[in-house]
Design a protein around this ligand. Structure first.
Ligand SMILES: [Zn+2]
Length: 160
């Protein structure tokens, strides 16, 4: 880094920290020429992530779309906006960790269901019924049945 005071090209980093959740790295530098300190900011480029839809079309990943879906599912439930934001954060982090530049909308849906099922049963069922587009009532009942079984197991485990 060129010193803004004297133009010297050598410096040492005296402190560096991540801000805005690791999107920006802030570094305090000390010029080896004049000894003055200055700050630089490095932005980590957000790698574009595409969502492949059912019909094969691609669109840019948009966390607000996930949030909207979650909000609809949680309507009139006791889930707070904070909890929903947190859930979407977790999903986004997981996606960025596991996928390079493409994810299918189905895989996103599965992740939303995974986290929603831990948060609120009704919201989960609502989301699943819209998302999975159950072909018939039987299919939907099977899904419900599975949910009930896993909930009962959870409760039993909790009692021990
Ligand atoms: Zn300098």
């Amino acid at each position: 880094m060129k010193c803004p005071y004297c133009g010297h090209k050598m410096d040492k980093v005296v402190d560096s920290r991540e801000v805005e959740d690791g999107v920006v790295i802030r570094r305090r530098r000390e010029c080896l020429g004049c000894g003055k300190r200055f700050t630089t900011y490095e932005y980590i480029e957000n790698v574009p992530l595409f969502v492949v839809k059912r019909d094969g079309r691609r669109e840019m990943f948009d966390r607000n779309k996930i949030l909207n879906g979650v909000m609809k599912a949680c309507e009139k439930r006791t889930v707070s906006v904070e909890q929903m934001e947190e859930l979407v954060d977790k999903i986004e982090q997981e996606i960025r960790r596991e996928y390079d530049n493409e994810i299918s909308s189905q895989e996103i849906g599965e992740k939303v269901m995974k986290y929603l099922s831990k948060l609120d049963d009704v919201a989960y069922v609502r989301f699943a019924s819209v998302y999975r587009q159950f072909k018939d009532v039987k299919e939907f009942m099977e899904e419900l049945q599975q949910l009930i079984v896993s909930q009962t197991q959870k409760k039993r485990r909790g009692r021990r």
